[in-house]
Design a protein around this ligand. Sequence first.
Ligand SMILES: Cc1cc2nc3c(=O)[nH]c(=O)nc-3n(C[C@H](O)[C@H](O)[C@H](O)COP(=O)(O)OP(=O)(O)OC[C@H]3O[C@@H](n4cnc5c(N)ncnc54)[C@H](O)[C@@H]3O)c2cc1C
Length: 414
Amino acid sequence: MDFMELDLNLTKEDLMLKKNANEFAKKVMRPIARQLDEMTPEQVIAKDSPFWTFMKKAYELGYHAILIPEAYGGMDLTSLQQAIIYEELAWGSVGLTIALGVASFPAFGAAMVPEEAMIDEILVPFCENRDATFIGCWGITEPDHGSDTLMPFFPTFSDPNIPSQCTAREDGDYYIMNGQKSAWVSNGTIATHCAMFCQIDASMGHAGGGIFAMPLDLPGVKKGAPLNKIGQRDLNQGEIYFDNVKVPKRFLIAGPEAYEALLEIVLSSTTSLMGIFGTGVARAAFEEALAYAKTRVQGGKRLVDYPTIQTKLFHMQRQVETSRLISRAAFVYNTNTSTPAEEYSIMAKVHGTQAAFDVANEAIQIFGGNGLTKEYLIEKLFRDARAMLIEDGSNDTLAIAAGHKIVENYPRKD
Ligand SMILES: Cc1cc2nc3c(=O)[nH]c(=O)nc-3n(C[C@H](O)[C@H](O)[C@H](O)COP(=O)(O)OP(=O)(O)OC[C@H]3O[C@@H](n4cnc5c(N)ncnc54)[C@H](O)[C@@H]3O)c2cc1C
């Protein structure tokens, strides 16, 4: 289906990238995601699973390196182009898009401080990888610390009485890592590398963290079982355990002195990306509802011929469009400044993911009973969207963190 693109400044190249991503989403991602949705978490990652067909095709096209600069072999995209492509991929499947996005997380982190070892051992091998054998993940949340870990500059973040469950202690040329990350680590049981966020200086609370881009084949690393959940079932998740793991210092991106500020920069990208993914899911749900309402006849008329249905469709499209506007704007702004306004990324995430959920919910209502059945895509979109309200920070705690920033920092001086 073709829909309006309000941005009149998009170039031919932008539109071509959008079209190509949409084709990949339609022909490869949608069918594979629906197959994976019916499987057990173990089947999803089995050797012969279509999950690997998707990953290999995505890597072949370079979609694993969307966020990485061309200098290291990335796709050489503007922030706006990254946003455009990601919306299309999320339209195809948000779970698979997250799998691909977090796969690049260690390289994304390494690109922030591109030392020689980071370039040679992480960035270049990742970008050159074409058979999905270099897969990253992001380990930040812990069994007892979900929201706690994602609220930089909130008072509790620097409270030394809130201990971390994953620590790294300096020891000569190494850090000795111990503890565990939560069962929610996306790609957790299949990742070869991790963007690892863990505590180095306990006296600073969660603010005393460090960021590592590290391989996961070091002695002492263990993985948990793949997690079973209601939505985004095509996304693998699971714990990672660290038992006296000797991590060479060359894999450290930043220590406690820079941790809180760098985390805020990272979150400014990831939360606004979640808004873009939400836009893709909301649009998918809107399109499903519109197509269905054009064919379903009740009371002798098509559903779309009833004004109440037309009004519903208008409000659904309104949510798609407003999500796109705030998400693109926040992502482009915050990825092009050294002093990000994280509250705008949070606005994007909260608005976009809530839109995904609300539009999918309304779409099910338009489908009637059929919307509840496995026969139609809409029930999957609804389950996928539900997970997004918690993923990458619950919308409630993100709003608390953003409200605190507004009170502390406004009126802004920059
Ligand atoms: C699909 C998915 C993918 C994910 N991927 C990753 C990943 O790749 N890597 C990773 O490390 N983690 C990942 N996560 C974890 C995710 O970041 C956490 O689930 C999220 O931050 C919430 O943490 P929690 O689940 O521990 O809930 P909790 O923090 O325990 O929160 C439970 C409830 O309490 C509320 N609450 C918490 N703190 C406060 C407060 N201070 N004031 C008021 N209310 C509060 C919350 O809003 C929520 O409603 C993922 C999660 C999902 C669902």
